[in-house]
Design a protein around this ligand. Structure first.
Ligand SMILES: *Cc1c(COP(=O)(O)O)cnc(C)c1O
Length: 450
């Protein structure tokens, strides 16, 4: 029988995270103070992040050692398996070889604990007692709740009201891990009270929840804030995915011609792709790197590469990134994790410089790809991942046209076990292919300051 899974021993869990920044053939532009437009130093982040996280955010070291305690907790689900999708290949009748790295076996069911655990660890080491954060559908909140639990920290999650009401199971998961979960906007913060004063029935938004979580952290000496994507230190922590995948592709006796990932804030994509981009830059490899996003939130494919705020309220430092404008409200698609107006500054720069190519797809074709995957490979993918699967299937069908034996690797960054209402809508033919008109996108982009 031919191998389906390529498994590593626990000893193969990487000992360091890989930092792509010193290997980039171009410089990154610094964050700017929103008031003065002067570059902000790392100290600007001190009220919300611990020192070690701030150091990692700006480090130019190529590798950052992973603390032994973090590696030990990683061993609860790492190394994650690499699969060869032989049944999908046969279904597509393609000469392409398709591989996927599966991060859905983690406690919360996605890649997010890869960064939640080290973030909780550094906070505890620096004497922090409680972490605050926001969550939309709950993938990040449940990952941080788990991480705080294992590190003995308290965890306060501001969960967007509409998700809190409509998606109770992620909330219950967070509470099971010991977190305190509030429907945002709350009357516990000034930011929340301001919104409730004007809109007592506000459904909330990620932007509002971020403002509440930051206000809570800044207002309490023993609390800090934690972010699950976008920033450099988050992408750094996710590089365990790509580093393991390189070892596993070697076990399979192949090397990918294409690496594919879905992009919301860029963390699972950076996690799988950066170690392979390093091979392109340093070791003469020539792998195509493909980032996939929803057509309803086309940050990389239709956004502008300029300075913009990270949050809706416009209070965070400004970052140079692809953005649709911080006031852009993406349509209510089911891939909630991909609904962000901006993107990781590193991923944005890589797209801008042509080292990464970006594609966008609408909902129905991606869910169709997700269902095809579930019916051939068995795993029901999170709606976010179906974007990467759609691109992978398209690439495999192109290879069939040209008769090329391409090797494709994609990151299956989470399962869809909390997302069956989305599959229900797809199967009932009730999903709409939401896209924004060019005029609407132009109007939001016109609102970017400067
Ligand atoms: C959060 C999440 C995403 C989007 O975040 P990235 O930082 O772009 O990875 C994608 N897929 C899943 C399963 C998620 O939980």
């Amino acid at each position: 029988m031919e191998s389906t899974k390529f498994l590593l021993d626990e000893k193969a869990i990487p000992e360091s995270w890989y930092n792509i920044v010193p290997d980039l053939p171009f410089g990154l532009e610094p964050p700017l103070n929103p008031a003065t437009r002067e570059p902000v130093g790392p100290e600007a982040f001190a009220p919300i992040f611990p020192q070690e996280i701030i150091r990692q955010e700006v480090t130019t070291d190529s590798y950052v050692p992973i603390p032994e305690e973090v590696r030990e907790i990683y061993s609860l689900w790492r190394p994650t398996p690499l699969f060869r999708a032989r049944r999908l290949e046969r279904f597509l009748d393609t000469p392409a070889h398709i591989y996927y790295k599966y991060e859905g076996g983690s406690p919360s069911g996605s890649h997010k604990p890869n960064t939640a655990v080290p973030q909780a660890y550094y906070n505890r080491e620096e004497g922090v007692r409680r972490l605050t954060t926001e969550t939309g559908a709950g993938q990040w909140g449940s990952s941080l709740a788990f991480a705080c639990g294992v590190m003995g920290l308290e965890c306060t999650v501001y969960m967007v009201r509409v998700s809190y009401d409509q998606k109770p199971y992620r909330r219950i998961m967070m509470e099971t891990y010991g977190a305190e979960v509030h429907a945002s906007p709350t009357d516990l913060t000034q930011a929340g009270r301001n919104i409730l004063g004007e809109h007592p029935d506000s459904p909330g938004s990620l932007g509002i929840a971020i403002s509440e979580a930051i206000e809570d952290a800044v207002g309490h000496d023993d609390a800090k804030y934690s972010l699950g994507s976008v920033l450099n230190h988050v992408l750094l922590h996710q590089t365990v995915i790509g580093q393991e995948a390189i070892q596993q592709m070697e076990l399979a006796g192949e090397y990918p011609d294409v690496v594919v990932g879905c992009v919301g804030g860029g963390s699972n994509f950076g996690g799988v792709a950066f170690p392979f981009i390093r091979e392109n830059l340093k070791n003469g490899r020539d792998t195509r790197i493909v980032a996939v996003e929803p057509a309803s939130c086309p940050t990389l494919t239709k956004g502008r590469y300029v300075y913009d705020f990270g949050d809706t309220a416009g209070t965070t430092p400004m970052m140079k990134m692809y953005t649709l404008g911080h006031t852009f409200v993406p349509s209510g698609i089911h891939a909630g994790g991909l609904r962000y107006h901006g993107d990781s500054p590193i991923v944005s720069a890589l797209v801008h410089e042509g080292l990464v190519e970006a594609r966008a797809y609408t909902q129905n074709p991606t869910f169709e790809a997700g269902v095809t995957f579930a019916r051939t490979e068995g795993i029901v993918p999170a709606p976010e991942v179906t974007h990467a699967i759609k691109a992978t299937i398209d690439l495999a069908l192109e290879a069939k046209e040209t008769g090329e034996e391409k090797t494709i690797l994609f990151n299956l960054c989470g399962h869809g076990h909390f997302d069956f209402s989305a599959y229900e809508a797809y199967l009932a033919g009730e999903l709409v292919n939401l896209e924004h008109s060019d005029e609407e996108i132009e109007a939001a982009i016109a609102g970017i300051p400067g």
